[in-house]
Design a protein around this ligand. Structure first.
Ligand SMILES: NC(=O)c1ccc[n+]([C@@H]2O[C@H](COP(=O)([O-])OP(=O)(O)OC[C@H]3O[C@@H](n4cnc5c(N)ncnc54)[C@H](O)[C@@H]3O)[C@@H](O)[C@H]2O)c1
Length: 352
């Protein structure tokens, strides 16, 4: 029997409630489809930081490197400086493991009404491909004299030709398997150096994919179109920060941030990829048993797809849709069910 080694990082807040549900669903899928998941938990995150002074052990990256995949919740706690979770955990893993693709599907689930009154499932079905290692989030800058009247701060974005080329190739190849359309969401009319270069390199890559329709749209117009005409999009290719913001809007048009899944993917599989919901640790609802587990569970399905268990991945997504169609939903999505009830219903539907 094929066995996969999976690292499990609950992180903080609702991570402790939704990640275990994600593991249960994955194990049910493994049993049904005849493979094994060998899971190892790591208590990393802001809670770990409060005890140990860092978000992971010194050997953390070395340890995680040996897995086939990492299932992750989210990190961050009100008691911890919120500039640290991204720097000391999320971005550290994403860059160390060259997870340069952030893959974020936006798809209206069965039985869910989008807050967009006139839009249905045929209108809301696209993927945001966010560049995940460079751009605005490289944390290349400094604050000087912050307490003085002459204080200043800088953050310099970084865009490299190989960095743009690899994410663009990924997006075009993905589009070839979908509706063959890539929209580059940019802001090159004002970011006339970095994003003009981003556009130029993407346009060059587009030449290699004559079967894919390519166009660019400014982020301001794209945000309006996510709401007014989401049917325009198939593969949205965008930068680290623009993609971060835009994909939360994607979650919102799906009916809840709690539905949104993602994969931080190293397409070459030289390192493990990491799968997490698009939302954060939601400390405002942590411990209440009401968090929506669907973004987490769907992220687990994307992990299975990445490691090659496609049938199991598809079965999980189908079971999620069967569950939402039955109206078994948490409060954020207009339902009355608990985190566990939603996850158990997904498992029942999966077992069929
Ligand atoms: N990748 C990550 O680890 C990651 C990503 C984003 C934010 N964060 C961290 O999470 C913490 C909280 O950040 P925030 O409040 O801005 O964003 P958040 O996404 O945690 O929460 C925003 C709102 O959405 C709700 N929400 C989020 N997920 C939900 C779910 N599954 N079910 C129901 N409701 C849900 C929350 O209750 C909250 O009202 C911060 O410390 C932040 O840095 C971590």
């Amino acid at each position: 029997m094929t066995s996969y080694k999976i690292a499990v990082v609950n992180g903080d807040g609702i991570g402790h409630e939704i990640v275990p549900m994600g593991v249960e669903v994955l194990k049910a899928a493994a049993e049904k489809f005849g493979f094994d998941l060998d899971t190892t938990e790591y208590a990393y995150g802001a809670g770990y930081y409060l005890e140990h002074g860092d978000f992971m052990a010194e050997t953390g990256l070395e340890d995680l490197k040996n897995f086939d995949g990492i299932l992750f919740g989210a990190v961050g706690l009100p008691a911890v400086d919120d500039t640290l979770p991204f720097k000391l955990f999320t971005n550290k893993v994403r860059t160390a493991f060259k997870q340069y693709v952030n893959y974020r599907p936006v798809k209206l689930l069965d039985g869910i009404d989008s807050p967009l009154r006139t839009k249905t499932q045929k209108d809301i079905d696209f993927v945001v491909i966010r560049e995940n290692n460079e751009g605005e989030f490289v944390q290349n800058g400094r604050q000087m004299y912050p307490d003085e009247p002459y204080g200043f701060a800088t953050d310099t974005s970084l865009f490299t030709r190989p960095g743009i080329e690899r994410i663009a190739h990924y997006a075009f190849k993905l589009a070839q398997k979908r509706r063959k359309k890539v929209t580059n969401v940019t802001k090159s009319n004002t970011m006339i150096n970095t994003l003009a270069y981003w556009d130029r390199v993407i346009a060059e890559v587009a030449e290699h994919y004559p079967d894919v329709q390519y166009g660019k749209m400014y982020i301001d117009a794209a945000t309006a179109n996510f709401v007014l005409r989401p049917e325009l999009f198939d593969v949205v290719l965008t930068t680290n920060m623009l993609g971060d913001i835009l994909s939360d809007l994607g979650g919102a048009i799906m009916g809840s941030l709690g539905f949104g899944p993602s994969g931080n993917i190293n397409p070459e599989k030289n390192f493990p990829s990491m799968f997490e919901p698009i939302h954060g640790s939601a400390p405002d609802i942590a411990g209440k048993g009401i968090a929506n587990p669907i973004g987490q569970i769907w992220s687990g399905a994307i992990m299975l797809e990445h490691i090659g268990e496609t049938a199991a991945a598809e079965a999980i997504v189908k079971a999620i849709n069967a569950t939402t169609a039955q109206g078994i939903l948490t409060g954020d999505a207009g339902g009355k069910n608990s985190t566990t009830e939603v996850a158990q219903a997904i498992i029942e539907n999966l077992k069929g």
